[in-house]
Design a protein around this ligand. Sequence first.
Ligand SMILES: [Zn+2]
Length: 82
Amino acid sequence: MTSDSVPEPTPLDASLVGRQLDAHHLPETNGRMATCRRCGLRTDGPDGRHAPAEQQLTQARRWLDTQSLSATIAAMRFQRDT
Ligand SMILES: [Zn+2]
């Protein structure tokens, strides 16, 4: 047993991250492919919701981190300018 192993992502994680992405923006697909053009992650259909694959979860979390970071920076700039 190794203590430093990364826990396996579960389907629950995928749906949670999918909901976070949905809350951030609606999936933008080209109407044919089940991929959001905005974040590059899988959706559950051309008109569906975000449904990142398990191997996309790290990428999805990193994307969300980047987004919240830029939102924080933008908010700080806005406060400084006013
Ligand atoms: Zn997206």
